[in-house]
Design a protein around this ligand. Structure first.
Ligand code: UDP
Ligand code: MG
Length: 139
């Protein structure tokens, strides 16, 4: 059974023109791109997306960053997509991310860390539904 996950190429990576290289790694990693959109989130949209983190000390800074410029939002499909996409991204803090992971290679800091990935099936379902209608998930 394949699984869906939501991925974002965050504004730091889009702004540094790293999107092409990250998309290549997504394809090389065997993920099937079911949907993709470039979007400049409003502050409110970023706050809604990260609502689970609203009590965290980094929430204000994170949502300012995520609404600071265009991002590329994707729905990826693969066997075990949630876990496999998080493995390709690496740890949240690039200083702790394994060599060869996207965050080790492309992140600037723990906040400006190049990519997002859902962390569980329930959050993946919320995050996919936040950005895409079912009819937008192309085969
Ligand atoms: N973040 C941050 N400071 C922290 C932890 C997280 O700025 O101490 C940011 C970072 O951009 C991260 C996002 O908040 O990707 C969401 O945090 P989470 O713990 O969910 O990490 P992720 O699931 O993205 O690895
Ligand atoms: Mg997370």
């Amino acid at each position: 059974m394949t699984e869906l996950t939501l991925a974002i190429i965050k504004p730091d990576a889009v702004g540094r023109r790293l999107a092409g290289r990250i998309l290549q790694r997504i394809e090389d990693g065997g993920f099937h791109i079911r949907a993709m959109r470039r979007a400049h989130l409003s502050r409110r949209q970023a706050e809604g997306f990260y609502a689970v983190h609203r009590e965290r000390p980094f929430f204000a800074s994170l949502t300012a960053f995520m609404s600071s410029g265009p991002a590329i939002i994707l729905v990826l499909e693969a066997e075990d997509a949630i876990k496999r996409w998080r493995a390709l991204m690496g740890a949240t803090d690039p200083a702790k991310a394994e060599p060869g992971t996207l965050r080790r290679e492309f992140a600037e800091s723990i906040e400006r860390n190049a990519t997002h990935g859902s962390d569980a099936p329930d959050t993946a379902a919320y995050e996919i539904g936040y950005f895409f209608a079912g009819v937008e998930l192309v085969e």
